[in-house]
Design a protein. Structure first.
Length: 356
């Protein structure tokens, strides 16, 4: 199961006039230098123009890079060095990182969409699923027609809108289904893309989304071990920071639970504003660990995130783990119900309560 959490944000088209003026001056200097080069023998200057085109391609490629780096070891403020760890969170760390793992995260930064029509991050593999972030300028498209029949694509929109990926959205004035980050009424949404979708096109505000691709065979594979594939199949930039950790290592009340966390990747826009934080969870099929929508306003600062969305990657059964559960249905599809808990305990403070 993967969790997405993000802050409220507005896509702002920043002025790039000054950067284009500077680039034009650089281009002119490049031409003059090439024309003076003894190797440029063509009298019409074509070699200089060809070289200029190559130079522009290099500039575009550089401007569209999605930077990925390990989280800095430095705190955000000097005073953070003189207080204990409980006093540091959240102010001393980047916005959006969780309290149980405020350091040693993977940090990804998107380029300016005004200078880059399409940006694609490096790819991670998380528990066998390929994972990347894509940013599109308005009306730009990302091709997925070459994925093949043996995989399934999934999309989670993080900013902006996308067009005609499904009918869970608004039919706009151009007669296109426009999907938003949150589509009223707030309810469950299938993130799997239909096989008829050959390209993902952004709406008039552009789009940022996580694109996940999983082999069909893995969708049939139950997770039975935390020390074997596909659980341990984790690759990509700074993947050494992405380590499965039993949640009891963070909070003693979870000691002995088959409840694990892998954190995490923080995504920010070109201005450094927090967009999204991804982390992954596993839970034994007979564990009711809560599920659905988490309101994280309470206890947060600067509206650090307005909620958490869970997407199930490997479901043990229809009514287990981090899925909304109905009364009296825990484990009925797989193993007998556990022994009833009478009254309140440290593990189940609400007693025999079910999550609705």
């Amino acid at each position: 199961m993967v969790a997405f959490s993000r802050a409220k944000s507005i896509l702002a088209a920043c002025a790039v006039t000054s950067s284009w003026v500077a680039r034009a001056a650089e281009d002119k200097a490049d031409i003059e230098a090439l024309r003076a080069d003894d190797q440029c023998e063509a009298g019409d200057g074509s070699c200089a123009l060809n070289a200029l085109q190559l130079n522009k391609a290099k500039v575009t490629e550089a401007s569209c890079e999605v930077k990925v780096e390990a989280q800095s070891k430095e705190y955000l403020f000097e005073w953070c060095n003189s207080v204990d760890k409980d006093a540091r969170y959240p102010a001393c760390y980047p916005l959006g990182v969780p309290a149980w793992k405020p350091a040693d995260n993977v940090m990804a930064y998107l380029p300016d969409p005004a200078a880059c029509p399409q940006a694609v991050s490096p790819e991670w593999t998380i528990a066998g699923w390929s994972w990347k972030y894509v940013q599109l300028a308005a009306k730009e498209s990302y091709n997925i027609s070459d994925l093949g029949a043996d995989v399934r694509p999934f999309l989670k929109l993080l900013r902006g809108t996308v067009l005609d990926v499904n009918e869970n959205g608004v039919l706009n004035k151009d007669n296109q289904w426009e999907t938003f980050v949150v589509t009223p009424p707030i309810t469950e949404r299938d993130l799997q893309l239909s096989g008829s979708v050959k390209a993902i096109t952004a709406g008039h505000e552009g789009a940022v989304f996580a694109l996940m691709v999983v082999p069909v065979e893995l969708l049939k594979t139950p997770i039975t071990s935390m020390t074997e594939a596909p659980t341990t199949t984790i690759t990509g930039p700074h993947s050494d920071l992405l380590v499965w950790t039993n949640y009891g290592e963070y909070y003693p009340q979870f000691k002995g639970w088959s409840f694990n966390n892998l954190a995490g990747i923080r995504l920010a826009d070109h201005e450094g504003k927090h967009l999204n934080y991804n982390q992954w969870w596993t839970a034994r099929e007979d564990m009711n660990t809560d599920g659905g929508y988490h309101n994280q306003h309470d206890g947060g600062f600067s509206n650090s995130t307005f909620g958490e969305l869970h997407m199930m990657m490997y479901a043990a059964n229809p009514n287990a783990g981090l899925i909304v559960q109905l009364p009296h249905t825990i484990n009925t599809e797989s193993i007998p119900n556990p022994k009833e808990i009478e009254g309140k305990t440290a593990e189940r403070p609400d007693g025999d309560a079910y999550f609705y």
